[in-house]
Write a protein that binds this ligand. Structure first.
Ligand SMILES: [Zn+2]
Length: 273
C-alpha cells in the first residue's frame, strides 16, 4: 500500500521507531504535513521517518473524492481493530445496495457512521462501506476491505467481494434525493473499480433479505436507480420529456420540480404511457 495522509492535530504528531507508544520518539510532523503511509500495523502507519498513530492522520485521497453532483465523500473509518472491521482484501467486484431500515428522525449518514464506530456497532458485528442520505456521503471503511453487510458469511461473495452502500430512510430526510445521491456514488465507484452495471445488486441478491425494502416495494424504482447509475435519464431530462408531452409552461415545471417529491413525480410522468 501507499496512501497519502495529512497530520490533523494543531500540536502535530510524534514519530516513533515502531508501531506503538512504547517505542522511542524519533521526531515529529507538524500539523498539515502530508505523509505517505507505506504499511499499517495495530493502528499505526509507517512513514519515511518512522511510525505515526493513524488516529492523528486523515486520508488525503479519500477526503478529496467528490461525486459528479458535487458531494464530497467524508471518510470516517471504523477504528482499526474493532471486530466489525475485519480487514481482508476486497477485490470490489460488485456494489451491494441496501436501505438502513431506520426511519427515526436524525438517522442520517453521520449518525450511522457514529453507530458503526461504537461498542454497539462492534457488538452487532455489522459494517458496510458507505452511508448516503439526502445531503451527505460518509465512508466507514476503505473500499478494499471486507465488511459485514450481505448476510452471506464472512467469506461470502457479498461480504468479501462487494462494496456495501446503505441509503438512509430517516423520516426527516428526502428519500428520493438520498437515492439520487447514492446513484452518483455508485457511478463513481463503477468508474474507479471498473464495475459493470450488471454487478450493481440488491442486498436481496446475496441472502434473500427483503432489502432495499422501499425500492423493492415501489414499482420501477430499482430500474430507475440503475438507469441513474448508468448516467441514464436524470431529473433534467425527465423535466424536458414531461414538458414536451403535456405542453406545460416553465412556471408549472418549476412548481412541479420544487415539490418535495418532484424528481420522483417527473420520473413517473416521463415514464408513463
Ligand atoms: Zn441490506
Amino acid at each position: 500500500m501507499s496512501e497519502a495522509y495529512q497530520v490533523t492535530p494543531s500540536v502535530g504528531v510524534n514519530i516513533r521507531s515502531g508501531p506503538g507508544t512504547g517505542y522511542s520518539k524519533v521526531g515529529a510532523y507538524a500539523q498539515g504535513t502530508v505523509v505517505t503511509v507505506t504499511a499499517t500495523r495495530d493502528g499505526w502507519g509507517q512513514t519515511e521517518k518512522g511510525w505515526v498513530s493513524l488516529d492523528y492522520l486523515e486520508a488525503v485521497e479519500a477526503a478529496q473524492r467528490v461525486t459528479d453532483n458535487g458531494l464530497r465523500i467524508q471518510a470516517r473509518y471504523i477504528d482499526a481493530g474493532r471486530k466489525n472491521r475485519p480487514g481482508g482484501v476486497n477485490p470490489c467486484g460488485y456494489i451491494t445496495i441496501h436501505e438502513t431500515g431506520n426511519a427515526a428522525r436524525g438517522a442520517d449518514a453521520a449518525a450511522h457512521g457514529s453507530y458503526l464506530n461504537s461498542a454497539a456497532g462492534e457488538a452487532a458485528l455489522v459494517s458496510w462501506h458507505y452511508t448516503v442520505d439526502d445531503h451527505a456521503i460518509v465512508q466507514h471503511l476503505p473500499d478494499g476491505e471486507t465488511a459485514y453487510h450481505a448476510g452471506d458469511g464472512p467469506k461470502g461473495t457479498g461480504n468479501a467481494r462487494s462494496i456495501g452502500v446503505e441509503i438512509c430512510v430517516n423520516a426527516d430526510g428526502d428519500f428520493a434525493k438520498a437515492r439520487e445521491n447514492a446513484a452518483w456514488l455508485v457511478r463513481l465507484l463503477m468508474e474507479e473499480h471498473g464495475i459493470p452495471i450488471g454487478h450493481v445488486v440488491q442486498h436481496n441478491h446475496w441472502n434473500g433479505k427483503d432489502c432495499p425494502y422501499t425500492i423493492r416495494h415501489t414499482s420501477g424504482t430499482w430500474e430507475a436507480f440503475l438507469a441513474l447509475c448508468e448516467g441514464g435519464p436524470c431529473a433534467k431530462t425527465n423535466r424536458q420529456a414531461v414538458q414536451a408531452r403535456f405542453g406545460l409552461s416553465e412556471e408549472t415545471m418549476d412548481y412541479l420540480e420544487a415539490y418535495r417529491y418532484g424528481a420522483d413525480l417527473l420520473q413517473k410522468l416521463a415514464a408513463a404511457n
